[in-house]
Ligand binder design. Structure first.
Ligand SMILES: C[S@@+](CC[C@H](N)C(=O)[O-])C[C@H]1O[C@@H](n2cnc3c(N)ncnc32)[C@H](O)[C@@H]1O
Length: 248
């Protein structure tokens, strides 16, 4: 359905002079619920819906999850609809709709970002999502991927794909710490989004870096500790630097 609409430029605007990067197509209720569940949206979140349309994702999150939300929408007629809907459902105190362009609006305070755009638009937004959102922020997208940034989770609801990414901290580089028994450890890490590869040394001797798992600002590393044993470390990053290490 979305693809048919894309072929007809009339669908790109509700009034002459408003250029839309994506036409208005609303997300249905079952998909909204699945998106909010997948992102584990709750009362401590600040959700931004980029391209908010008639406000249905924003209102659902406010109504059902007690979540503060901001809908960003370039089309003033949709903003008017969204504000009316928020008023009718009694959630105005939790939501705000701002008439801005998704490519220039400041969304850096978000803890959850919802998208129903296009893959090409997601890809244009991707550098800002990765650089401006805090590590750990969840992004969910209805139907459209982020190219070679693989999702952390992917599900299908009635055949519709829903993607979830967790914004990864920047962890590439060389990091050194001491294990609980005082042995120096060092890793040199490479990063492609949340995928981490690299090399490890224990007391100056090369050892195997067996598994890596990055979620937000937490990086789990399994490092060979000799005699077939593996030490598990949980490294936490703040401001692109290693701030603490736990050992298991
Ligand atoms: C596919 S609809 C999604 C609406 C809503 N998020 C939902 O899922 O029901 C995309 C929305 O993005 C808006 N939009 C398109 N280009 C935009 C831009 N550059 N900045 C802000 N909003 C934009 C359109 O007006 C439309 O309402």
């Amino acid at each position: 359905m979305f693809r048919d609409l894309l072929d007809d430029p009339d669908n790109y605007s509700s009034q002459p002079g408003t250029f839309l990067d994506v036409p208005f197509v609303p997300t249905d209720d079952a998909v909204i619920k699945a998106m909010l569940d997948l992102a584990e949206v709750g009362p401590n979140d600040l959700l931004y819906d980029l391209g908010a349309g008639d406000g249905r994702i924003v209102v659902a999150a406010a109504l059902e999850r007690d979540t503060r939300c901001i809908g960003v929408e370039i089309d003033p007629l949709r903003i008017a609809d969204a504000m009316e809907y928020a008023g009718d459902t009694g959630v105005e105190y939790l939501v705000d709709f701002i008439e801005e362009d998704i490519f220039t609006v400041d969304f850096s305070e978000a803890t959850v970002v919802t998208l129903y755009l296009l893959e090409s638009v997601n890809l244009q937004l991707r550098p800002r999502l990765l650089n401006e959102l805090r590590p750990g922020t969840r992004i969910v997208s209805h139907a459209f991927s982020m190219g070679d940034w693989k999702p952390d989770e992917l599900l299908a609801v009635s055949g519709i794909k829903i993607f979830k990414w967790v914004v990864p901290a920047k962890v590439a580089g060389t990091w050194e710490w001491e294990s609980v028994d005082g042995t120096p450890h060092r890793v040199e890490l490479q990063q492609k989004f949340q995928e981490i590869t690299g090399r490890a040394w224990k007391a100056g001797k090369a050892v195997k870096l067996k598994n890596t798992y990055l979620s937000g600002n937490k990086l789990a590393l399994d490092i060979e500790s000799g005699a077939g044993e593996v030490a598990e470390f949980l490294l936490k990053f703040e401001n692109n630097s290693l701030c603490s290490v736990e050992e298991f």
